[in-house]
Design a protein around this ligand. Structure first.
Ligand SMILES: NC(=O)c1ccc[n+]([C@@H]2O[C@H](COP(=O)([O-])OP(=O)(O)OC[C@H]3O[C@@H](n4cnc5c(N)ncnc54)[C@H](OP(=O)(O)O)[C@@H]3O)[C@@H](O)[C@H]2O)c1
Length: 324
């Protein structure tokens, strides 16, 4: 396994982060794995040298955090655990979501309980909260770090101006800064290259893109997107503009280069992301040990600059997706 320093944290993380949205309960989303199968994947990831895990309180309504915590028993100190809060956890409790001090303190404690961890390595805000001033959120997160409940704080999809505002506010008030950005980035969604990624590079922010394989769209020919349970049932597959702009042509070029090199489309798509210097660790989502192993093998793949240019060429700007 290859390791990299996550932004300015000084922490070493594997170049692949295991996304735990696929683990929890199929009651939440039909394609999600239950307890035992989820743990088998997490255990294989540990065997392969992956030490970086991303979950969120909302994934399977907390089940993902519980499963991850149990699977990491005996391996807690060697692992870097990231979770997130923001989305409303209980329908009858509006304060179980958002980024108020009340929501952060209560939902962070609930995450720590489910994970069975006193301290979370990286606590991320899942989205921007228009109803809470960022200063209030940052003060609550800074206090969580002082209490020893959280080691580092990070952010996820938002506008670059909002992220800049967050960093500026932290610096002005002497509060903990966000040290990571978890954003939507892959070969068929590159809008983040305009503002967010260059900004992260300047600020030494650790970048951990989500849906690096466009939720499966970049792993098989576009006509076969419904071939898996997730392809068939994933409600966000069609929300994102993956087929717009040059998406279909890119999908075909990924297939072409994969065939030339005798590897899978998923490996080419992941390798493209791993060649981007501003990316620290893509968050891979899988329900298959074989696919996990393929992702690890993709670390060995090398793409020439002309192959990268060929893959990128058909891209045309698409609608912003992943945040409002
Ligand atoms: N911050 C946010 O707002 C946000 C949003 C979305 C996701 N996330 C994070 O990002 C993680 C990854 O997201 P994602 O699941 O959408 O990522 P993804 O890696 O883009 O997509 C996963 C899909 O690709 C398929 N796949 C993976 N490897 C494959 C291979 N070698 N061959 C064929 N198909 C393959 C998977 O199928 P199989 O299951 O069959 O392998 C699955 O359907 C999540 O677990 C979560 O931690 C964060």
């Amino acid at each position: 396994m290859e390791y990299t320093t996550l932004g300015s944290t000084g922490m070493e993380v594997s170049r692949l982060c295991l996304g735990c949205m696929s683990f929890g309960s199929s009651d939440w989303r039909g394609w999600v794995l239950e307890d035992e199968e989820s743990k088998a994947i997490i255990e294989r990831a540990i065997d392969l040298g992956i030490n970086f895990f991303d979950t969120a309180n909302m994934y399977s309504k907390g089940e993902s955090e519980r499963i991850l915590g149990e699977a990491l028993e005996g391996y807690r100190e060697q692992s870097v655990v990231a979770t997130k809060g923001y989305f409303q956890m209980r329908e009858d409790d509006p304060n179980s979501g958002g980024l108020s001090r009340k929501a952060i303190e209560q939902e962070l404690d609930a995450s720590r309980d489910r994970l069975g961890m006193d301290t979370i390595d990286l606590y991320q805000i899942h989205r921007w909260d228009d109803d809470t001033p960022i200063e209030t959120t940052l003060r609550a997160l800074d206090d969580a770090v002082r209490r020893g409940h959280v080691r580092y704080i990070g952010a996820s999809s938002m506008w670059a101006h909002q992220f800049a505002d967050s960093l500026y506010t932290s610096d002005r008030l002497g509060l903990e800064r966000f040290v990571t950005m978890q954003n939507h980035y892959n070969l068929v969604y590159r809008e983040e290259e305009r503002e967010m990624l260059p900004f992260c590079e300047n600020e030494d922010i650790g970048v951990m893109p989500w849906s690096p394989l466009a939720r499966g769209y970049l792993t098989r020919p576009h006509a076969k997107i419904d071939a898996t349970k997730r392809g068939e049932t994933e409600e966000h597959m069609y929300d994102h503009p993956y087929r717009d702009g040059g998406g279909q042509e890119i999908n075909e070029r990924v297939a072409e280069i994969a065939a030339d090199k005798g590897v899978t489309m998923a490996q080419i798509s992941l390798s493209w992301l791993l060649h981007k210097e501003w990316v620290d660790a893509p968050i891979i989502g899988t329900t298959s040990i074989e696919h996990l192993e393929q992702a690890v093998d993709a670390l060995e793949l090398s793409l020439s600059s002309s192959e990268i240019a060929y893959l990128e060429e058909p891209y045309e700007p698409v609608a912003v997706s992943g945040h409002d």
